[in-house]
Design a protein around this ligand. Structure first.
Ligand code: FA5
Length: 345
């Protein structure tokens, strides 16, 4: 029995010092000290068969072996824990001399890119860049532009009507950027050259070329002797500047209550090259740049004398121009927030 105990102590010590990690050490602990089947406990159970003297002697030795082995286990545990921490540190080591990971940069929406380019073109032609409210008064959005309350032109541009703060005050989500025309005239007078890009809203069923929320860029040029020739020259400069090539255009009469005469300037569809597609509704042409000579009543609403001054105005379909420039065949992609699409710009 004594020899067995001494042999057990020897084997256990070797096994303890041979362990390489905490799991192995735990297994050894269970092997020798496990309550039910632990080797030491099994051995101690046979103490009861010994004589009282032998029981005393072997019992003392057994206790001593137990204490020694517990100490060995504790020592080995400390060693293994240190090694464990060291290897974790090694694994998690950070090389502080490596270059930092650059944060992911977003990109500008293609509409913003084209808007910026247009602003540069117009600034180089001496135009101011103005802003107007998206929540506009009924007066500036319609009345001042020669579109009184029951005018049929209102049907073409239905929108959200919102009660204003004052009694009977009507506000609308602006249906076009044209209200900036009158605001600009009232603020700056004549002569005047200004563009106003911005977001507009309409009660509109969306399809590949129509959205309920889209962008326009309004432009006005007012001075003495401004004529249609000036209008066409600026339109050409604008299209060549942004599309970087000559495109086929067609000018046809168009009705807008705030211009006289009024035109629709269409461009040859750049998605299909004019052969017909869903964007141009198989016509080969895209409505892009309605324009005309400013109506005398509108000049008057802007406190400008129509006897002395004349001017032209245009309302570029900015979102449509973006589609043409980049060959985007569905307008809804631009407001979709789909990164697969947006990351391409
Ligand atoms: C107007 O909004 C006039 N204010 C333009 C104007 C200004 C005429 C100054 C004369 C003088 P229109 O409703 O046609 O006009 O819209 C202008 C352009 O916006 C269209 O040619 C088209 O390119 C674009 N557009 C119109 N509706 C939508 C829509 N639902 N989605 C995307 N683009 C649209």
């Amino acid at each position: 029995m004594k020899n067995n105990l001494l042999q057990l102590r020897e084997t256990a010590r070797q096994e303890i010092s041979a362990t390489k990690n905490l799991t192995e050490l735990e297994n050894i602990q269970i092997k020798y000290f496990g309550r039910k089947d632990g080797v030491l406990n099994v051995l101690l159970k046979s103490l009861k068969d010994l004589s009282p003297e032998a029981k005393k002697e072997v019992g003392q030795l057994a206790n001593q072996v137990k204490v020694e082995l517990e100490e060995s286990l504790a020592k080995q545990k400390t060693i293994l824990e240190k090694e464990d921490i060291a290897s974790t540190l090694e694994q998690d080591r950070i090389d502080v001399t490596l270059p930092a990971i650059a944060p992911k940069k977003g990109s500008l929406n293609p509409t913003t890119l084209v808007q910026n380019e247009l602003e540069d073109i117009f600034k180089s032609l001496g135009f101011m860049v103005l802003d107007g409210p998206e929540l506009e008064s009924d007066y500036y959005n319609f009345e001042a532009l020669n579109i009184p309350e029951h005018h049929p032109a209102r049907d073409m541009q239905d929108t959200f009507y919102i009660k204003g703060l004052a009694k009977n005050e009507k506000r609308v989500l602006r249906t076009h950027t044209s209200p900036v025309q009158v605001r600009a005239m009232q603020k700056y007078g004549a002569p005047l050259r200004a563009v106003a890009p911005g977001r507009v809203f309409r009660y509109e069923a969306s399809d590949v070329s129509h959205d309920h929320t889209f962008y326009q860029l309004e432009g006005i040029m007012i001075d003495e002797n401004i004529s249609i020739t000036n209008l066409i020259a600026v339109m050409k400069t604008l299209l060549r500047g942004i599309l970087k090539r000559d495109v086929k255009v067609r000018l046809r009469p168009g009705f807008f209550p705030f211009v006289e005469p009024g035109f629709e300037l269409d461009i040859n569809c750049l998605i299909c090259g004019g052969t017909g597609c869903s964007v141009c509704k198989q016509s080969g042409w895209v409505e892009l740049l309605p324009c005309g000579m400013m109506h005398p009543s509108v000049l008057r609403a802007g406190n400008i004398d129509p006897e002395k001054y004349s001017g032209f105005a245009f309302g570029l379909g900015l979102t449509r121009l973006v589609m043409m420039k980049y060959g985007i065949d569905d307008i809804r992609l631009l407001n979709s927030g789909d990164l697969r699409f947006l990351k391409q710009f």
